[in-house]
Design a protein around this ligand. Structure first.
Ligand code: C2E
Ligand code: CA
Ligand code: CA
Ligand code: CA
Length: 279
């Protein structure tokens, strides 16, 4: 269009330059963050709704930046992906999580699980092999089932050979798979029977608007019934109120996760939480 050439430059406003510079600096800092031990894993309980007991935890990474304080993964994971640093970070997350789940299996429950997030880029890399993860788990005397990998449904939608292959590797290692943010993407349901998925995580955007007879209630009901028919367990994200928990439990949802139960917390604090709940 006419004038497009001139308009193009209007993108380079000072604020965008600042944002770009900011990203560059942050990416630079990110390179040294692993070595400087600036990452920390937080854990958020995943509660079995029928019994009210903590069966699992999701590992959520935090970056304690020396100048900026805590940087959200929403800000730095995209930078880690773009720079390739996500691979080393992902390995670190896995190993830290494995060491924690080892302790929690011994001290709390022999079937305790920790789930780790994998961004699409991380999941799709050719060289990553889950048999190395399994060997690491075995070195800690843990079975593959002690870990769950959370991926997003977009990955399955345009599943290529690498994605299918990765899912088979996970199955061979006995590592379970959760489909994160379920319902936010395209939600073609055919892939649920095509791939070996263990858990569906109902996205927070559904949980937020749960009310009796609401459309989000109807959708959640349908997701839960369908998931169970296909042999999957369901975890609802973002449970913040007792009403949401009760509606989900009444709909047959297996697990809940959210601020109602607890915010993500450092591992030592999670130890304490489990101790209070000792069986
Ligand atoms: P996610 O996997 O969907 O994780 C759930 C997010 O919801 C977490 O944000 C958690 O703190 C937040 N949350 C939990 N309960 C509630 C609630 O009741 N209400 C509200 N409003 N929020 C709740 P967080 O920790 O900031 O993580 C954001 C995203 O960053 C994660 O979304 C995940 O996509 C990504 N992420 C976090 N850790 C890792 C990691 O180790 N590796 C990768 N690749 N991505 C990660
Ligand atoms: Ca997740
Ligand atoms: Ca999620
Ligand atoms: Ca999310």
């Amino acid at each position: 269009a006419k004038g497009a050439g001139r308009n193009r430059y209007s993108y380079f406003t000072p604020t965008l330059q600042v944002a770009a510079l900011n990203r560059m600096r942050l990416t630079n800092d990110l390179r040294g963050a692993l070595k400087a031990e600036q990452f920390e894993l937080y854990f958020q309980p995943i509660v079995h709704l029928k019994s009210g007991r903590i069966h699992k935890a999701e590992a959520l990474i935090r970056w304690n930046h020396p100048q900026r304080g805590v940087v959200s993964p929403l800000e730095f994971i995209p930078l880690a992906e773009a720079s390739g640093l996500i691979v080393d970070i992902g390995e670190w997350v896995f190993r830290e999580s494995a060491r924690c789940v080892q302790r929690w299996r011994q001290q709390h429950h022999p079937e305790f699980q920790v789930s780790v997030n994998q961004s699409p880029l991380e999941f799709q890399r050719e060289d990553g092999a889950y048999d190395a993860w399994l060997r690491y788990l075995q070195s800690l005397n843990l079975p593959g089932q002690s870990v769950v990998v959370e991926i997003t449904e977009g990955l399955l939608l345009d599943a290529n050979a690498t994605v299918s292959n990765k899912l088979l590797q996970l199955r061979d290692a006995g590592i379970q798979v959760a489909l994160d943010d379920f319902g936010t993407g395209y939600s073609s349901l055919s892939y649920l029977k095509k791939f070996d998925i263990d858990y569906l995580k109902i996205d927070r955007s559904f949980t937020r608007n749960l009310a009796p007879d609401s459309s989000d209630m109807a959708l959640s009901d349908a997701i839960i019934v369908m998931a169970h028919k296909l042999g999957l367990r369901v975890i609802a994200e973002g449970v913040e109120t007792p009403e949401q928990r009760d509606l989900l439990a009444a709909a047959g949802c297996d697990y809940g996760q959210g601020y109602l139960f607890a915010r993500p917390m450092p591992a030592e604090q999670f130890d304490e939480l489990l101790r209070q709940q000792a069986v």
